[in-house]
Design a protein. Structure first.
Length: 221
């Protein structure tokens, strides 16, 4: 059988090989970009990089071991790419229309905060860094939340409808939170925990403050 003068089988095989070849090339480019990020902390060509990840994440993930890399690197790459892609749009959103969500695992284990449907309410006891950061963020105009889980984040987003959010969390929280935000037209900025777990987690507070203070004036600094 012929299509446009070409043998159909020949056409299908040629197209199939071209697709496989293209995906293989994109996988190699993706791995090289991940490797570069791992060595330098810089995610090159963020939009292209994200496009490649969305297309061939699984093969990239399966080949990371070749370079002594693991899935955690891929997660850090994604977080970095989200921030690179959205930082200018985030900076343009007035602070009063932004919200920040910290995970409850960041607080001190002897935290006296009360919890209600809006999460934990820091009492400013000073046993952890949250007290100082909360003051700074609220003074700027942020809606500030300490979230016990993803359901509460969704509820607060529905209730307050922020235009941009900062999410601090572990891999799952960041992935689900940023996908949900993007689906709802909310601009996400992500900050992965430096040490995750159920308690005594650690975050780079300098990075949290750097993102919190992003404005159109300093976004290119
Ligand atoms: S500073 Fe706030 S969050 Fe941290 S332990 Fe005290 S009450 Fe809890």
């Amino acid at each position: 059988m012929e299509v446009l003068g070409f043998d159909l089988v020949y056409l299908l095989v040629t197209v199939g090989l071209a697709v496989v070849f293209t995906l293989a090339v994109l996988t190699i480019i993706g791995i090289l970009l991940v490797r570069h990020f791992d060595k330098t902390g810089v995610a090159l060509f963020p939009r292209l990089f994200m496009f490649i990840l969305n297309l061939v994440e699984t093969p990239i993930k399966n080949l990371l071991w070749l370079f002594n890399l693991d899935a955690k690197t891929l997660f850090l790459v994604r977080s970095n790419l989200i921030n690179a892609i959205y930082r200018h749009r985030f900076a343009a959103v007035p602070v009063k229309e932004r919200a920040i969500f910290l995970p409850q695992c960041l607080r001190n284990q002897k935290c006296p905060a009360n919890t209600d449907e809006e999460g934990l309410h820091c009492k400013g006891c000073g046993k952890c860094e949250i007290a100082d950061y909360k003051k700074e963020a609220e003074k700027l105009g942020y809606k500030f939340f300490i979230a016990p889980g993803g359901t509460m984040v969704k509820r607060m987003i529905k209730k307050y409808r922020p235009k941009a959010i900062i999410g601090v969390g572990c891999e799952n929280e960041i992935q689900m939170g940023s996908e949900m935000a993007i689906r709802h037209g909310i601009i996400p900025m992500t900050i992965p925990l430096a040490k995750s777990g159920c308690v005594n987690t650690i975050v780079d507070w300098d990075e949290v403050r750097r993102i919190t203070n992003l404005t159109p004036q300093n976004v290119n600094d």
